[in-house]
Design a protein around this ligand. Structure first.
Ligand SMILES: [Zn+2]
Length: 122
């Protein structure tokens, strides 16, 4: 279904000779029938350019990228922050995306609020 069937055996996980009397485990997939190389998939989207991606009826919890230049900049600051742990960063990044989707952009107040958290307390 996923188009990742092994090219060598065609998904059987086995290869046979032309007489069909003996089979051997496929060397391409080691019997799984799937291609081992899936490296082009499932890479995160942090490096893709923001586009007009919208998911109107799906409130995803997974981190997506901000779509506005302010949001992208803010996300960079969050990621680079020395005072936030990974959990906090993930949460803030999600907040940025959420904020953008409800406001259409990052408001000044929001930028200020998030930036405050990316910096050490005075
Ligand atoms: Zn195979």
């Amino acid at each position: 279904m996923d188009g990742e069937l092994c090219r060598v055996c065609g998904g059987d996980g086995r290869i046979g000779n032309s007489l069909g009397r003996s089979t051997a485990t496929c060397p391409g997939c080691h019997g799984s029938g799937r291609r081992a190389d899936t490296s082009s998939r499932f890479h995160d989207v942090t490096k893709t350019k923001p586009s007009h991606y919208r998911a109107p009826d799906a409130v995803s919890t997974g981190p997506k990228g901000p779509t506005t230049s302010e949001g992208v900049q803010l996300a960079l600051e969050v990621r680079a922050s020395a005072v936030l742990n990974e959990d906090a960063k993930t949460r803030l990044l999600a907040e940025i995306v959420n904020h953008e989707s409800t406001h259409g952009r990052c408001t000044k107040t929001f930028l200020k609020k998030v930036r405050k958290q990316t910096r050490p307390a005075p």
